[in-house]
Design a protein around this ligand. Sequence first.
Ligand SMILES: Cc1cc2nc3c(=O)[nH]c(=O)nc-3n(C[C@H](O)[C@H](O)[C@H](O)COP(=O)(O)OP(=O)(O)OC[C@H]3O[C@@H](n4cnc5c(N)ncnc54)[C@H](O)[C@@H]3O)c2cc1C
Length: 437
Amino acid sequence: MITSPKFDAIVVGAGPSGNAAAYVMAKGGLKVLQIERGEYPGSKNVQGAILYANALEEIIPDFHDDAPLERHIIEQRLWMLDDTSFVGTHARSEDYNNPPYNRYTIIRAQFDKWFSSKVREAGALLICETTVNRLIVDGDQVVGVQCDREHGEVYADIVVLADGVNSTLARKAGFHGEIKAGNVALAVKEILFMPEEIICQRFNVADYEGVVIEMVGRITDGMAGTGFLYTNKESLTIGVGCMLSDFKNNSNRTSPYVLLEKMKRHPSIAPLIAGGEMKEYCAHLIPEGGFNAIPEVYGNGWMIVGDSGGFVNSAHREGSNLAMTTGRLAAETAIAAKATGGHSYRACALSGYKAALDKSFVMKDLFKYRDMPKILHRNPHFFTTYPDLVAKAARTMITVDGVDKQTKKGEVMASFRKSRSLTGLVGDAYKLWRAFR
Ligand SMILES: Cc1cc2nc3c(=O)[nH]c(=O)nc-3n(C[C@H](O)[C@H](O)[C@H](O)COP(=O)(O)OP(=O)(O)OC[C@H]3O[C@@H](n4cnc5c(N)ncnc54)[C@H](O)[C@@H]3O)c2cc1C
């Protein structure tokens, strides 16, 4: 028999997706309980971290006023690296210096705490240091959760699963299967303390302006993955992530830690981080299966949001904005279901969540890049051959050594021909077009 306490909604997890869902539902007048296993929101969370403002503005329009934000980003660099050099593009615009700013660096532990304070101000009840062990199901309806506390059963009309990548709750309940190593990346990152003025000098920015560097190439030892370096106010975040399946199959048995250390020694990166004092080191999984790996996202009395649903756009390195948007859309669906009289929380009443997702940028973007994960994983030479060739071509053409430019061009073309046949090149161009169309 079902006993009290009973809530309109229980949200499992206090990351960006859970906080967005809890905040919107509480603001919408629902009685919300949020359960987080960490000591406090943010204590378990790992992110680069770039915060994309738009998704949060949809929820808390004036968040810029008091959220703990590090620097707003005015420049984005994309580097291709071989072992000793990089070739890159730098996109910088004064337009990004005009508020409202488009994106910021954040420190997740501080940001999640702030977001959670807003959730509680909105009226939700948060319980930390509590793990949800399983969903309580009555017939085919999810009616609550079982926590790791004495008398830990709590009931609600709707349970929102915001428990992050590899959601054990969804797996135990059979909402999705085991996560596949080919659908998830393992990333490590460090936060390196550095005085503000040194960051400004090294990255050519003023106070509060920030730079993002995304990297691809030899830093991942031939595995499908990328590296990143972000400027915070008084620290840098540096990290690298590769597909878990590649780590498992890699003949060198490279560990994420070894990869990061090697990346930090790269001659193009080392001078930027020199003198940085390590403040934080952590590793985490990122769902990268994309559109084809998204499970059922709603059912009788439940909805899945954020990383637990695999909502990450790895092509653009966006996760937290998809997390907040899915959390918001699930919350709006719950509010609408409640408004209809509050008696039916069956799948049909919650199907509006999927419809809203399909209409939003979330599913449109994931659909656009639907072939990307498979193509990149099956073509590891994209992470070795082309960065090597591009870096070598740049060096050959730039070096002034008495050799005429036509001969140099011939050398460059010869090295391209040697590395990839014409058919191979055309095939790769087609694959890249399909991946990024
Ligand atoms: C190294 C790295 C860099 C990244 N960089 C970026 C970036 O720059 N920009 C970006 O937009 N995205 C980035 N991402 C992705 C982004 O971090 C995620 O998409 C985002 O955090 C997902 O939010 P979430 O709320 O769904 O999950 P999470 O942030 O993982 O939160 C889940 C929460 O649920 C709690 N929880 C889990 N299980 C239970 C349970 N059983 N009971 C109670 N609580 C539970 C956890 O403790 C956690 O607090 C990065 C990810 C990584 C790993």
